[in-house]
Write a protein that binds this ligand. Structure first.
Ligand SMILES: *[C@@H]1O[C@H](CO)[C@@H](O)[C@H](O)[C@H]1NC(C)=O
Ligand SMILES: *[C@@H]1O[C@H](CO)[C@@H](O)[C@H](O)[C@H]1NC(C)=O
Ligand SMILES: *[C@@H]1O[C@H](CO)[C@@H](O)[C@H](O)[C@H]1NC(C)=O
Ligand SMILES: *[C@@H]1O[C@H](CO)[C@@H](O)[C@H](O)[C@H]1NC(C)=O
Ligand SMILES: *[C@@H]1O[C@H](CO)[C@@H](O)[C@H](O)[C@H]1NC(C)=O
Length: 317
């Protein structure tokens, strides 16, 4: 995905031979911006903040301040949803700078003839897909397969945090990064504890309860622990969020727990199924229950996703 490609380009593949001419170009570009009333085309305007200055080049070559892997658990057939999610995140370039957020779609082994071709084409175009060695399922260990595979799959590129989210959840990446900036980097379990469940017993909720499956995040050391733990390997079936928390609770892991209410919540919509649904807020980190295109569209509209659209006689939008 573009967010990831842009950052990994700077952080992994940049050689001085590329940086030097580019920085001269960037410098010229900045002078031009400051010295004229010249208005940038929208594309450049939206990402000019990532054009490196001399200072940020030094930082970009070294490890980013924070590396987050976000696995969006979905199914191979959800082509349209993946495209929508890619579009949604493409609008968030420039909301963070010295961090790397790698958003990937995660599903089990392909099972239909057409998937082998269409998914291959997607990978060639976007390179944002992880295919686990499993049979598609929701509560039969897919989350275990994901977290236990990550340390091996990314052995050469460890992250600080590994997140799991649903494909009806939208993350505000800049706010996510900001919320993690000063948090512990080890033994972290971060997400949303149901704010109504046993609301009078905060200790119970924080230490013995679970984070909602809409999206939660573990520090890298906990993914390594999951990959090796018999507690996890022996207990993979059941509601995935409850099961994952039970491993951590049993082993007294994830002692640094961060509960994010109201910035993690369910889309308001019509039903009042959950107690953590409310209106949009600017501080949103994760919004869930975006079941269809209309819910996505209203959410993206709230976050001004189409602000950069240029007028043209070719369309009326
Ligand atoms: C799936 O299994 C193959 C062969 O054993 C292995 O090379 C590959 O890394 C595995 N993929 C994942 C995502 O675990
Ligand atoms: C994070 O820590 C830095 C340095 O300790 C501090 O300057 C900054 O204000 C903190 N940011 C937040 C959001 O707490
Ligand atoms: C919950 O965890 C916190 C942090 O580890 C600890 O200080 C507190 O004593 C724990 N409470 C219970 C009831 O275990
Ligand atoms: C996991 O299962 C194996 C095989 O059934 C058993 O020998 C082992 O004791 C179990 N480990 C834990 C931690 O439950
Ligand atoms: C969207 O843009 C409007 C108008 O510029 C602004 O008032 C509002 O705060 C923006 N919303 C968000 C969530 O940034």
């Amino acid at each position: 995905m573009a967010t990831r490609l842009a950052s990994s380009f700077w952080q992994q593949n940049v050689h001085l031979s590329i940086i030097l001419p580019l920085s001269v170009l960037a410098f010229t570009f900045l002078i031009l911006m400051h010295s004229t009333k010249f208005r940038l085309p929208t594309f450049f305007a939206s990402c000019h903040s990532t054009i490196p200055s001399d200072d940020s080049i030094m930082q970009s070559v070294s490890r980013p301040d924070l590396r987050i892997l976000v696995g969006v658990l979905t199914t191979a057939d959800s082509y349209e949803r993946r495209q929508l999610i890619r579009l949604a995140y493409s609008q968030q370039r420039g909301t963070y700078h010295h961090e790397e957020v790698d958003v990937r779609f995660v599903f089990c082994s392909l099972s239909k003839e057409e998937q082998h071709i269409i998914v291959a084409l997607e990978i060639m175009q976007y390179n944002d897909i992880i295919i686990l060695n499993c049979t598609e399922n929701m509560n039969k260990g897919k989350t275990y397969d994901y977290f236990s595979s990550v340390p091996t799959l990314f052995r050469d590129h460890p992250h600080d945090y590994v997140m799991k989210c649903d494909d009806d959840t939208y993350l505000r990446l800049g706010n996510l990064v900001e919320s993690l900036r000063n948090k512990s980097r080890v033994d972290v379990f971060y997400g949303l504890v149901n704010p109504c469940y046993r609301a009078d017993d905060m200790d119970y909720r924080m230490n013995s309860s679970f984070m909602s499956g809409l999206g939660y995040l573990l520090s890298w050391d906990l993914t390594e622990w999951i990959a090796e733990s018999e507690i996890a390997r022996n207990n993979t079936e059941g509601p995935e969020d409850i099961v994952l928390a039970s491993w951590l609770n049993t082993a007294k892991k994830g002692r640094n727990r961060y509960h994010n209410f109201p910035t993690f919540y369910d889309y308001k919509g019509e039903s009042d199924e959950t107690c953590f649904r409310h209106d949009f807020i600017p501080e949103t980190i994760a919004i869930h229950m975006l079941k269809g295109n209309l819910e996505w569209a209203r959410t993206l509209n709230y976050f001004n996703a189409t602000k950069g659209l240029k007028p043209s006689h070719l369309y009326h939008v």
